[in-house]
Design a protein around this ligand. Structure first.
Ligand code: F6P
Length: 390
């Protein structure tokens, strides 16, 4: 076992924010305090290192203390970080620091802080960037996965996904009543980048009738629209006059282009096509008459909210695991959640596959089309696109 020498550890949050980031920071600071180690909170992702390199920030001012963000009055001492969304350190989702000068400044900033290790809290997009920087700078890196998309490879869960799943599920529940009152079709656009985890999970939990995810329905096609319309007609004949449709933002439009408002596009297509089917006069489509559709884009509300208890636990377990790895001097690892346990993986081993996926523009951790979640949805009779529909 390595000796327990005093360590200086940096921590930063990179990429889009999500619930649970502050709970990770809290856990890391608490454990480090017990060990008498110093934690340096790097502001605004790797940009904080640039400020240090350029002398704009004094290293001492970055030291984090437990209860460093106290509220006043009788609640003083309340460690509120566990419950707060966002990141107290700020985050950066700007992509790769292309300019060599910037990279050199980042590496210089790390050096000036004389860090023994860095804990980077990031999603799939940040992994590549931080890994390359760490290699260039010779950093001792530990990465904690976070993202509402749940698309970080080799971990079953990332911090933030569970809370977002609850948020979307609640939104679907709420929309059910307005949909029912007006006998409308509500099309709800859910985040997730190129992955459909958030749409699939919350769609099942929220009682959706149709769920379109990029893994099963990469783009809208006339066949999919027709299939949905027929499916909705059948629901209406069966006396369910309203419907909830969940569409993941990663599903492309009819021309296979990315569509920022894919829910709006789908709502319009369903309205137009259903009216076209009705005008054909076939009895099969009578239920579609006067169909009314509305689109809702949940947007960044999915990244907000008090972290769920699972996300707080995951955040805390991941934060402590990161420090345990550093204590054991097992660096350059990704902390992961596997079979209900915390583990870690060597970045050296997993990065080639992740980088290859990024080069190919494919998601490194998509929904398994043959997996139990898809089979569950399919067995419930949820419409998942033409490939999963008889
Ligand atoms: O990766 C998290 C995420 O919220 C995605 O689901 C979404 O596509 C993207 O970030 C939005 O990014 P931005 O906040 O930069 O608009």
């Amino acid at each position: 076992m390595p000796m327990n020498t005093k360590k200086k550890i940096g921590i930063l949050t990179s990429g889009g924010d999500c619930p649970g980031l502050n709970a990770i920071i809290r856990a890391v600071v608490k454990y480090a305090h017990l060990k008498d180690w110093d934690i340096f909170g790097i502001p605004r992702g790797t940009d904080g290192f640039i400020d240090v390199a350029q002398g704009k920030v004094e290293p001492e001012s970055l030291k984090l203390q437990p209860h460093g963000y106290d509220v006043p009055g009788v609640l003083q001492g309340l460690d509120i970080l566990q419950f707060m969304s966002g990141s107290v350190l700020g985050s950066l989702s700007r992509g790769n620091p292309a300019e060599e000068d910037v990279t050199l400044d980042i590496i210089e900033g790390y050096k000036r802080l004389e860090l023994d290790a860095l804990i980077a809290i990031g999603g799939d997009g940040s992994l590549d960037i931080i890994y390359d920087l760490a290699k260039k700078g010779g950093w001792n890196l530990v990465v904690i996965p976070k993202t509402i998309d749940n698309d970080v490879a080799f971990t079953e869960r990332s911090v933030g996904f569970d809370t977002a799943r609850n948020t979307v599920t609640q939104a679907l529940y709420d929309l059910t009543f307005t949909a029912a009152s007006h006998e409308r079709i509500m099309v709800v656009q859910v985040m997730g980048r190129d992955a459909g985890h958030l749409a699939l999970h919350s769609g099942i939990a929220g009682g959706a009738d149709c769920i379109l995810i990029p893994e099963l329905c990469p783009q809208l096609t006339p066949k999919t629209i027709e299939g949905m319309c027929k499916y909705i007609a059948k629901l209406r004949c069966d006396r369910r006059k309203f419907a909830l449709i969940v569409i993941a933002e990663g599903v492309h439009g009819l021309n296979n282009q990315k569509d920022t408002y894919i829910a709006e596009t789908l709502a319009n297509l369903i309205r137009e096509y259903s009216h076209h089917l009705c005008s054909n006069g076939s009895n099969e489509y009578q239920g579609l008459d006067e169909i009314d559709t509305r689109a809702t884009v949940l947007g960044h509300l999915q990244r907000c909210g008090v972290p769920s208890s699972f996300d707080r636990i995951l955040a805390t377990v991941f934060g402590i695991k990161a420090l345990h790895l550093i204590e054991e001097e097992r660096y350059n690892r990704l902390v992961i959640w596997q079979n209900g346990c915390v583990e870690s993986k060597s970045l050296e081993q997993i990065m080639p596959m992740i980088k290859w996926c990024h080069q190919e523009n494919s998601c490194p951790s998509p929904v398994d089309p043959e997996g139990f979640m898809v089979r569950t949805a399919s067995s419930l009779g949820i419409y998942l696109g033409e490939s999963n529909h008889d």
